[in-house]
Design a binder for this molecule. Structure first.
Ligand code: BGC
Length: 348
């Protein structure tokens, strides 16, 4: 017997430092039970990681009918990882789907980590119901990219490995580079600008969503970027990979279908969840009606939230710039005064 009702699938996120999993309610995009995390074994070899995944699944009482989706930090082509950038190199060429199926004794769906996160943002998060081409860029140890056209995912884009100025883009612009090189947000933003301008020139998306842990601090660097398409922060943050892989597994199993009725149900659940989150928030800004920010009706809530954030950041930046300019002016008039005094002194 399973402990779970229908519309539940199980998602697992395999990362360099942690392997996390939770049952996901596919009608809300929320965890049905708290997430469980186990540190990624070191070295993170295929066998060791498969054992950890089995331990994680064993923590939950899942019957055989519950689909299991696993996301993995590499392109996944028919279950196989043809290359690996940020996990043990012994994963190169491994059939991850077969390895996990054999270890767990049940079938699983394996997908790229960014694809899972981006797919979740499209169906439950910042890009919910967006038409046109959505490009999700996850900034973390590497750069993951996702293209979703009118809700349909184009998998394994791997644009974090574009070569820009002779470098693998993620080696210079991922969050790991920002932290490793102790860059200021301004310097990092210059690198991100080069990256976003390049992918925008190549793909012309209608909107960019920034994912990865750093998207919580989007107000520190997004206002410094300039692209034709708006850039908005992800909504689901670190649950996105688990939610997206669970959804993809359920769809692949034929256990769940995103019919128009199901979509409408998800939409109304998400609206309720956001309203509850807003009500819990203590920020006076979040208590203002949306129109107070002059955002035209018809845009998504995520747009409005992003606009509010950007507005706040822009005000802060403007105040900082004004303070700097005033300081510079004071210094230059002081210098001019000193120079005059020196000239007068010399003449005397
Ligand atoms: C990998 C991608 C992955 C991204 C984020 C890149 O180095 O090649 O497959 O999506 O990092 O983890």
């Amino acid at each position: 017997m399973s402990d779970y009702p229908t519309n539940i699938a199980f998602g697992i996120d395999i990362g360099g430092s942690g392997i996390k999993g939770a049952p996901v309610d596919l009608l809300t995009g929320e965890f049905f039970a708290p997430r469980y995390r186990i540190a990624t074994p070191q070295p993170a070899t295929p066998q060791a990681v498969a054992d950890t995944v089995a331990e994680l699944v064993g923590h939950f009482n899942l019957d055989a009918s519950i689909p299991i989706g696993i996301d993995f930090p590499a392109p996944i082509i028919h279950g196989v990882a043809p290359m690996i950038a940020n996990l043990d190199k012994s994963w190169t060429g491994v059939d991850v789907r077969r390895l996990m199926r054999d270890r767990l004794g049940r079938s699983v769906t394996v997908v790229n980590d960014a694809d899972a996160a981006g797919y979740a943002e499209v169906h439950y998060g910042a890009a919910e119901d967006r038409k046109g081409l959505v490009m999700v860029v996850t900034l973390g140890t590497g750069i993951g990219t996702v293209l979703v056209m009118n809700g349909t995912l184009i998998p394994n884009t791997e644009l974090g490995h574009l070569e820009i100025n002779g470098h693998d883009a993620e080696s210079k612009a991922a969050t790991s580079a920002f932290e490793r090189e102790k860059l200021s947000y301004e310097r990092w933003a210059r690198r991100l600008q080069r990256y976003f301008s390049h992918v925008e020139m190549l793909f012309s998306p209608d909107v960019f969503i920034i994912g990865g842990g750093i998207s919580k601090k989007a107000d520190k660097f997004v206002p410094l970027l300039s692209t034709r398409a708006p850039i908005i922060p992800a909504e689901l943050l670190n649950s996105a990979g688990i939610v997206g892989s669970a959804l993809m597994a359920a769809q692949e199993d034929g256990a769940f279908d995103l019919t128009p009725e199901v979509r409408a149900q998800i939409r109304s659940n998400r609206d309720r969840i956001r309203a509850e989150a807003r009500a819990r928030s203590t920020s006076p800004l979040s208590e203002q009606p949306d129109l107070a920010y002059g955002i035209p009706a018809g845009e998504t809530r995520a747009d409005k939230a992003a606009a509010k954030k950007a507005e706040k950041a822009a005000t802060k930046n403007a105040a900082k710039a004004a303070k700097k300019a005033a300081k510079a002016e004071r210094k230059s008039s002081k210098d001019a005064k000193k120079a005059t005094q020196r000239r007068v002194g010399k003449r005397d």
